[in-house]
Design a protein around this ligand. Structure first.
Ligand code: NAD
Length: 353
């Protein structure tokens, strides 16, 4: 991944690195921007070769969160927590010492005094937010049974589905789902929900996952199962990435056969310049920072602004309108949608180009 992929601001507003008082693990919080309001961004817990690698991840991920929040119309900035576990200590902290680790995270989150709100990310779950929530009130997405808005994959999938509708409207001549074909990469929490929707609507579906136990879903949907390395280049109208990022590169783009790419996977491009390659090939790439915002939109509207689940659902569906505006403006200027999204972020943050 290019170090500057998804960066708008070259410099974060604040970075705190603290060795956990209880566990000795290195914890990083990067606040990329609070220009529009308190920073939002989940808590990533995993081992890294060195804690400085975790710091680099936090800087990159917090910058992407600034874009995501701004493009979703939220009065929030971007941040991120990275807990860079010592090599080999992951088992200890998924097991008996998890509570201590989460208490260490809570200390650092609380030190921002409301300027930063955390939530689940890779390596953490809604259940963990209960523990973090014992030390700070700034932990979103606790389970619904504990008073939070719970797992965000449902609203994230709703945002992806609304985004697919925007792509149908703006790129595919308004053709209905049943006349279109899709290649869905990743049948996890988000992908399974998106696939269910597409299958129910009668779309032609090709699906893949590295976990072959997910093949049962393909059978249920009457979908064609592809190998992971074939699914990206399938001859379909739309590729829907819901697995990992970094797969759109100068090497893979020439082999694509789709008209559009729209999915939840974070950081899909290896570098910003790959958006130009996609545009030159006439492939519409919907920026993942717009498409995948359903989770934060739902959590913030429910937990910070007191919206009901139905009100939050409407706000999540509005992602389709927001993406449609980006696609239309990009098409009228004949630039990649990423350029238009970036232009909007700079305008919102009042940052000169
Ligand atoms: P998940 O872990 O539940 O599912 C990911 C699935 O992708 C798994 O089934 C995994 O086996 C599969 N996979 C991994 N590598 C693959 C590969 N190379 N080829 C094919 N399949 C592969 O994750 P999720 O919560 O469904 O999220 C999916 C993507 O969306 C991730 O990139 C995530 O960062 C992003 N995202 C998720 C949310 C959310 O609320 N869950 C919000 C924003 C963005």
């Amino acid at each position: 991944m290019a170090p500057n992929a998804h960066h708008v601001s070259a410099h974060p507003e604040a970075v705190r690195v603290q060795r956990g008082a209880r566990t000795g693990q290195m914890i990083v919080v990067s606040i990329d921007s609070t220009r529009l309001g308190p920073a939002l961004g989940g808590c990533r817990i995993r081992s890294y070769p060195t804690w400085q690698d975790g710091l680099a991840d936090a800087l990159r991920l917090s910058a992407a969160m600034t874009e995501k929040a701004a493009l979703a119309g939220l009065a929030h900035g971007g941040g991120k927590t990275v807990v860079a576990l010592d090599a080999g200590s992951a088992a200890e902290f998924t097991g008996p010492r998890r509570g201590e680790l989460l208490a260490d995270v809570a200390d650092l989150v609380e030190s921002f005094d409301g300027g930063y709100l955390t939530g689940p990310d890779v390596g953490s779950a809604p259940q963990d937010m209960i523990e973090i929530g014992r030390g700070t009130s700034r932990a979103l997405c606790r389970p619904e049974s504990a008073g939070g808005s719970g797992d965000s994959s449902g609203p994230t999938a709703t945002g992806v589905i609304a985004s697919i509708d925007a792509v149908r409207e703006h790129v595919l001549g308004g053709r209905p789902l049943e006349s279109l074909s899709f290649s869905l990469l990743g049948l996890g929490h988000v992908g399974a929900l998106v696939g269910e929707h597409l299958a129910a609507a009668g779309a032609r579906l090709v699906v893949t996952d590295v976990d072959t136990s997910r093949r049962a879903l393909a059978e249920r949907w009457g979908a064609t199962w592809n190998e992971p390395d074939e699914a990206l280049t399938a001859d379909v109208d739309v590729v829907v990435p819901c697995a990992v990022g970094g797969f759109l590169t100068p090497e893979t783009v020439p082999a694509l056969r789709c008209r559009a790419i729209v999915g939840a996977a974070n950081n899909q491009l290896d570098a910003d310049s790959t958006a130009d390659l996609l545009h030159a090939r006439g492939i519409c790439w919907a920026p993942d920072t717009v498409v995948s915002a359903g989770g934060i939109v739902s959590a913030v509207s429910r937990e910070v602004h007191g919206a009901s689940p139905d009100e939050a659902d409407l706000l999540v569906r509005d992602i389709g309108r927001r993406l449609g505006e980006v696609l239309a403006a990009a098409a009228s200027r004949d630039v990649p949608p990423l350029h238009e999204a970036r232009r909007r972020v700079r305008e919102l943050l009042d940052v000169s180009a």
